[in-house]
Every structure is written in structure tokens, then in C-alpha cells.
Ligand binder design. Structure first.
Ligand code: SF4
Length: 429
């Protein structure tokens, strides 16, 4: 095989961590002279980065892998959570898969790349350099892997392993390097970023250190666990202008009974207290959340508590999921007694209610001036370039000539379509 002519295509499913890991893999493969292609038909190697968080995600991956059978000349490589816990099933069901690399390996992307290189070229490079071939304005960076929380419905601790916080100095160096190569916003990732701890350095201390990097304009982080969100972090968010006024804080349920069964380690009142603290400290904050409907034994009363929580808290966005049994988890031992139709009904109610609230919240921004870090440009417009960006996690669009990605601009909001805001550019001096 001529290594310089090999082309690859990565199909990514699941969470931001998977997006980040695909981005890393992409970078390493480019570094080895492989070519990335946008169309799967032109790819010699197809890498499928899978997700196991919900049954639905696994079914989607099965169906995708089934469709790949028609690409007979491609090498198919499967990585991610399914590759870890469904290896045998994947091998048995899809004879077209050439290589499966489990999560224990993909936790270390360098090791994954070494395995792929060995498979493609029958040799293992001695080491892999950290080369950032292409930088973009917004970059993800994992600060930890794994999780110790064992929420009763969640497969993550079983497929991604115990929580390990990466070395704080290494994270700082990577952030510095990303900024030097063009990044202006960094999104720190972890299954539970708030519980980060490395050589005595807490998550808030890490944030403070990263915020000192010159030319870095914005910092975000996800996901947060309510039990680990402390006053120190809320205070840092309120005083460090580089930290965006947005937090993703999964509530999962508004019922204490269900929260207890989920092993979430907080109750509704404690969650509301956090929301109040956040809103007092950072009045412009946009709070987004996750909700699971149809957890075993969730009664109509439990469900209504969740619905009332959504109405009371007014989240900027709710990601709502139907409960599905996951292997290894403690909830999988409880009979899944809520029918699919009932889960669908509850899902629809939460979605409709939360969409109304998102729209109302975004509409309140009409007439205000918002600071936008331009992350996307569309040159198709004849009169002016359309651009896109956000600060509070609500998309803002506007048009103007002579602007560039990475610029910070003020936009007077005049209109809303869907939940995207539109406005007039006010050029900064
Ligand atoms: S905090 Fe809970 S839901 Fe999140 S990854 Fe860990 S076990 Fe899963």
C-alpha cells in the first residue's frame, strides 16, 4: 500500500468527547500523510466512531455499518464505546469490519493511531509527535477521561473506565499551543469537568490558569455534575470575563424519588439552589440541561415534577432522552416498565414545553446588543458575508463585509427565526 495515497473518512456519533477524539484522530492521520475526504465513496478507509450511551445510538451504528457493506473495497475500522463492549457482536454480525479498537485504546488516541498504522502498513511507528495541522477558532480539549459517578442508568463508567484527570501543566501547554495556532475559544471536555483534580489543582484553579493565556478570548466547559458545582467555580465564572455565561447542568429529573433511583446524589431543592446561585452571580447566564423520561417506575406524578421543573427553571435548551436499558448498569436490573409509547408521549411534552421556553428566552434578547465571536462565514450572500457566532450558546447571525473568522463584533439583535437570532452589525473600533 502506498501510504501517501490512502484516503480516510471518519463518521462520528455521540457526544462532544467523540467529536473531540475524531478531531484528534483526524489530525494524527493527516500527520501521517493520509488524505481526508468528505465523500465516503472516495475513501480507502472508513472509521466509525461509535456511541453506547443509548440503545438508539447503537441501533444507528448497526444500521450505518450495514450500509457500508456495499463499499467492498474500503477498509472499515470501528472505534469508540461500542467497539469496547460489543466487540464480539460486531465481529459476528459485520464480516466487512477489518479492525475494531476498543475504548480502552481509544482513551489514548496515540495508541489508537499506532494500532491503525500497524494495521495499514504492518509497521508500528516508534512514537507520534503532537502536531496540530490545522487550527480553528473553536477547539475542544479533553481534560479528563472516564467517570466515577455510576449514575444508575449510565454505561459510561463501564466503557470509558474510572475518572482520570490529565496533568494540569500538560493541559495548559496544549491550550497555549492551540491559541498560538489560531484558536480563540477553547471548550474543555470531561464526563464531569467539575470533579477535575490533578496534583492538588482543582477545576476552578485550572480555569483561572488557562484564562491567563493571552489572545484566548473565550473558555467554555462541559459537562457539569450538580453535586460537584461549588461556590468557587460560580464565583470564577462571575469574575473572569473570558468564561462564557453558559453552563450545561443536567437535571435528569425533577422528582427526588427518581433522582435517588438514578443515583444522582442531589435532590431537586439542592439543584434549584445552584440555579439561584448561578443566576445571582451571572445574571446573563444561559443554563442548558439534560432530562431522561420514562426511567423505571416514573409515575405521572414524577413526570409532572420534571415538567414543572422545566417550567420553573426556564432552561435555554433541554436535551430530552427516552430511558433505555444499558448493559452493566444497576438500573438494567430494574424492570423497564414504562412502555415505549408512554416514553414517547412524555418526551414530546417536555420537548414542546422546553422549545416554547427557549424561544421566549431568545426573544427577550431582541433589542439588546450581543458580543459575537465569529466562528463561521458564508460567502454565498451577494451583498455581504453572513456570519455566525454566539456567547451565551444562542446562535446569532448577521451580515457584513470585511469581517473575518476570529473577530469579535457587536450585534444589535433585531429578529428571531427558529431559535436563531438575527441582527445588525455594529463594528468595533
Ligand atoms: S456523571 Fe453519571 S451520567 Fe455522567 S458520565 Fe458519569 S455516570 Fe454517566
Amino acid at each position: 500500500m502506498n501510504e501517501h495515497k490512502l484516503t480516510f473518512f471518519i463518521y462520528t456519533m455521540g457526544c462532544q468527547m467523540n467529536v473531540y477524539e475524531s478531531e484528534m484522530l483526524n489530525m494524527y492521520l493527516l500527520n501521517y500523510g493520509l488524505l481526508k475526504v468528505q465523500n465516503i465513496r472516495n475513501a480507502n478507509i472508513v472509521i466509525v466512531n461509535t456511541c453506547s450511551v443509548r440503545k438508539h445510538a447503537e441501533q444507528k451504528a448497526f444500521s450505518y455499518l450495514g450500509r457500508l457493506i456495499k463499499y467492498k473495497n474500503n477498509k472499515i475500522i470501528v472505534i469508540g464505546c461500542m467497539a469496547e463492549h460489543l466487540q464480539l457482536q460486531l465481529k459476528k454480525r459485520f464480516k466487512n469490519i477489518d479492525l475494531i479498537i476498543g475504548r480502552n485504546d481509544t482513551n489514548n488516541m496515540k495508541r489508537t493511531v499506532l494500532t491503525i498504522m500497524k494495521f495499514l502498513y504492518q509497521y508500528k511507528p516508534n512514537y507520534i509527535k503532537n502536531v496540530y495541522i490545522k487550527s480553528s477558532i473553536i477547539r475542544y480539549l479533553a481534560i479528563a477521561k472516564g467517570c466515577n459517578n455510576y449514575c444508575s442508568y449510565c454505561i459510561v463508567p463501564f466503557v470509558r473506565g474510572k475518572e482520570v484527570s490529565f496533568h494540569y501543566q500538560d493541559i495548559f501547554n496544549k491550550c497555549t499551543f492551540m491559541v498560538q495556532s489560531g484558536a480563540r475559544e477553547i471548550i474543555l471536555l470531561g464526563q464531569n469537568v467539575n470533579s477535575y483534580s490533578n496534583h492538588g489543582v482543582t477545576f476552578t484553579q485550572l480555569l483561572r490558569k488557562i484564562a491567563t493565556i493571552e489572545k484566548l478570548m473565550r473558555i467554555r466547559f462541559m459537562t457539569n455534575h450538580p453535586k460537584d458545582l461549588n461556590d468557587d467555580l460560580i464565583h470564577a465564572m462571575s469574575v473572569i470575563p473570558k468564561i462564557c455565561p453558559h453552563i450545561h447542568l443536567p437535571i435528569q429529573s425533577g422528582s427526588d424519588k427518581i433522582l435517588y433511583k438514578m443515583n444522582r446524589k442531589y435532590n431537586y431543592e439542592q439543584y434549584i439552589n445552584l440555579i439561584n446561585k448561578l443566576r445571582i452571580a451571572i445574571p446573563s447566564i444561559n443554563i442548558t440541561t439534560d432530562v431522561i423520561v420514562g426511567f423505571p417506575n416514573e409515575t405521572e406524578e414524577d413526570f409532572n415534577k420534571t415538567l414543572n421543573a422545566i417550567r420553573k427553571i426556564k432552561f435555554g435548551k433541554v436535551y430530552v432522552f427516552k430511558y433505555s436499558q444499558r448493559p452493566y448498569t444497576s438500573a438494567s436490573k430494574i424492570h423497564d416498565n414504562i412502555s415505549y409509547l408512554e416514553k414517547q408521549r412524555r418526551h414530546k411534552i417536555i420537548l414542546e414545553e422546553s422549545n416554547k421556553i427557549s424561544l421566549a428566552l431568545a426573544s427577550q434578547m431582541i433589542g439588546s446588543t450581543q458580543e459575537v465571536l465569529i466562528d463561521k462565514l458564508n460567502h454565498n450572500s451577494i451583498e455581504a458575508t453572513t456570519y455566525h457566532g454566539y456567547k451565551t450558546f444562542i446562535t446569532i447571525n448577521s451580515t457584513h463585509n470585511n469581517i473575518h473568522i476570529g473577530q469579535i463584533i457587536n450585534v444589535k439583535i433585531i429578529n428571531i427565526k427558529g431559535t436563531s437570532l438575527f441582527g445588525n452589525t455594529i463594528l468595533n473600533e
